[in-house]
Design a protein around this ligand. Sequence first.
Ligand code: PAF
Length: 212
Amino acid sequence: MPSIVSDPAAWKKQRAALEGTLGFVPTMGNLHAGHMALVRQAKAENDHVLVSIFVNPTQFNRRDDYNAYLRTLEADYALLDGEGVEFVFTPDEKAMYPDNYEMQVNETSLSQELEGKFRPGHFQGMLTVVLKLLNIAGAARAYFGEKDFQQLMLVKKMAEAFFLPTEIVAVPIVREKSGLALSSRNNRLSPQQREQAVLLSQLLRGATANDA
Ligand code: PAF
């Protein structure tokens, strides 16, 4: 089983004693094959791997959505164990927000467009927690899926703007046979919504193939 750490200060101490490079995979848990692709790439490119599991309240713009987010810690640990992950970081809200949510990262351009238009505050909350996690992790590289492309672009932009020492690595999308991108949120779709999601994904991929 991976070693599980919940206290940021305890992890920093453990990290300082580790030799070699660290690859970091931030997640909100409810892990699937898409996350495992991030983990495998992190393992291949680093001496050690840390995965964080934290359902970040500030990136949900609706409380009911935050409450409904699936928490599957025991199954997540088992999957990570199967991949040979050494360390898991599972902080609680108090550990991550000792400032009572008063400090936030505010990006004023890309975060306001596309998904940002429909989920006010989402990217601000995401960037805030990712900055905290990157500072705690102390990794050489951090891995993000191309599935959340706007998120990936924003994290890269933040790393550059704030001169962060961690390299942000993009990992290709993992898809179901149907073509639908793997996502923890797919578990919450009704059969009819799932059909619509598959159709939408096929239409989008058809449209981009026709463009090429
Ligand atoms: O992509 C996610 O799972 C989350 O947005 C992240 C990067 C772990 C931050 O909470």
